[in-house]
Design a protein around this ligand. Structure first.
Ligand SMILES: Cc1cc(CN)n(C)n1
Length: 327
C-alpha cells in the first residue's frame, strides 16, 4: 500500500529528516533522491561515534539477515562518506513496506555525519544503478516497492522551517496548486536528470542558452547549484551581491529584496521564490546573507532543497518522469 511520512527540516533547512522503521526500530533518516544507498548508524560503531545518535541494532531485529561478504562504500558531492557491511531487513515508511531491503551498516562515517546527531543515515531514492554494494549491487527502497505501490511514484513536499511530507504510491493533489508539469527523465546517469536550459529573473526575458542544459532533482543537497550563467544573470539583479571567496559563494545584504527565479524544467518554467534564495546570514549581526543559489562548474546542475521549497515534485518510476508544480 501507499505510505506517507512527515519530514522535518533541520535548523536552517540544511536537510530534511523523516522516520523510517527498520526491523521494528524507527529512526530518522535523510531522504536523498541524489543517491541510491540506504545506510544507517548502527551498534557496530564506536560509542564515541554513536554519541547523541539513534542507532539500528540488527541483533534486536528478528527479521535481520546478514549478507555475508557484502560491503558498501559511498562518497557524496560534499565530500562526506560512509562505508561498512550489509544485511537485509523489513523497511516500513509510513505504511509502504518492503521485505528483504538491503540495509547498509556503516562501520565508518565521515565527520559531518558524526556531528549531525539528528540523522541516523540516508535512504537513497535515485536509480539502483548507482548503488555501491559489492559484490552484488542492491536495489533502493523505491525500486523494491514499485511493484506493490498503488502508483509507481514517490513525492517530495519540502517546506521552509515547517513540516512537509514524503509520500510513496500516491500523489496528493492538495499539496500543490495547478497541474503537475511532467518532464521525461534521462536515467543514464542514475540520477533523476532532466533538461534545464533556460532561466529568467523576476519575470524578465528568458535566456535560453544555459551551457550543458541538464539538471538533477536532489532532495539530499541543501542548495541549488546552477551554471555560472544562471548565477551571474540572477545576482546581477540583486543590489550588493558579491562573490565572497571568504565564505565560498555569493553573498548579499540580508535586507536585499530578492527577485523570483524562473528556471526551465523540461520545457516548463518553474519558479523559485526570491525569499527562498535568501538562505542564511553568514555573520552574527545578520547583515550579510548567503545565497541559496550558487554556481557549479560541473554538469549536471543540482537542484536541491532550495528548489523543492518552492516546488512540489513527483518522481514517477513507472515511466521515468518528473512532475513539478508550485506549492
Ligand atoms: C550526504 C549528502 C547527500 C548529498 C546529495 N546527494 N550530498 C551533497 N551530501
Amino acid at each position: 500500500g501507499a505510505g506517507s511520512v512527515a519530514n522535518t527540516p533541520e535548523a536552517g533547512d540544511v536537510e530534511y529528516l523523516a522516520p523510517v522503521t527498520i526491523g521494528g526500530q524507527t529512526v530518522n533518516m535523510d531522504f536523498d533522491s541524489g543517491s541510491s544507498d540506504l545506510w544507517v548508524f548502527n551498534t557496530q560503531l564506536s560509542l564515541n561515534t554513536l554519541s547523541g545518535h539513534m542507532a539500528y541494532n540488527p541483533a534486536q531485529s528478528s527479521t535481520f539477515q546478514l549478507l555475508p561478504g557484502s560491503t558498501f562504500s559511498i562518497s557524496y558531492g560534499d565530500g562526506s562518506g560512509a562505508a561498512g557491511n550489509v544485511g537485509t531487513d523489513t523497511v516500513n515508511i509510513g505504511g509502504a513496506t518492503v521485505t528483504g531491503q538491503a540495509i547498509e551498516l556503516a562501520t565508518d562515517v565521515s565527520t559531518s555525519f558524526v556531528t549531525d546527531t539528528q540523522s541516523t543515515g540516508l535512504i537513497g531514492l535515485a536509480f539502483s544503478k548507482l548503488n555501491t554494494v559489492k559484490p552484488v549491487q542492491q536495489k533502493t527502497f523505491f525500486d523494491n516497492a514499485l511493484a506493490t505501490l498503488p502508483e509507481p511514484v514517490f513525492t517530495a513536499d519540502l517546506r521552509h522551517n515547517a513540516a512537509g511530507t514524503y509520500e510513496f504510491g500516491a500523489i496528493d493533489s492538495t499539496k500543490f496548486s495547478g497541474p503537475l508539469a511532467w518532464t521525461p527523465v534521462n536515467t543514464t546517469s542514475g540520477f533523476w536528470q532532466f533538461t534545464s536550459q533556460a532561466f529568467a529573473v523576476g519575470g524578465g526575458a528568458p535566456s535560453t542558452s544555459v551551457p550543458g542544459g541538464q539538471a538533477i532533482a536532489d532532495t539530499g543537497t541543501t542548495l541549488m547549484l546552477a551554471d555560472q550563467s544562471v548565477v551571474d544573470g540572477y545576482y546581477s539583479q540583486v543590489q550588493g551581491a558579491v562573490n565572497n571567496a571568504t565564505v565560498g559563494g555569493v553573498t548579499f545584504p540580508c535586507s536585499a529584496t530578492l527577485p523570483d527565479l524562473q528556471i526551465d524544467v523540461g520545457g516548463t518554467m518553474a519558479t523559485v521564490r526570491g525569499d527562498d534564495i535568501n538562505f542564511a546570514p553568514v555573520d552574527q549581526t545578520g547583515t550579510t546573507c548567503f545565497g541559496g543559489l550558487q554556481a557549479t562548474t560541473v554538469q549536471p546542475q543540482i537542484y536541491g532543497d532550495i528548489f523543492f521549497k518552492s516546488n512540489f515534485v513527483a518522481f514517477n518510476g513507472g515511466n521515468n518522469s518528473l512532475g513539478v508544480a508550485p506549492h
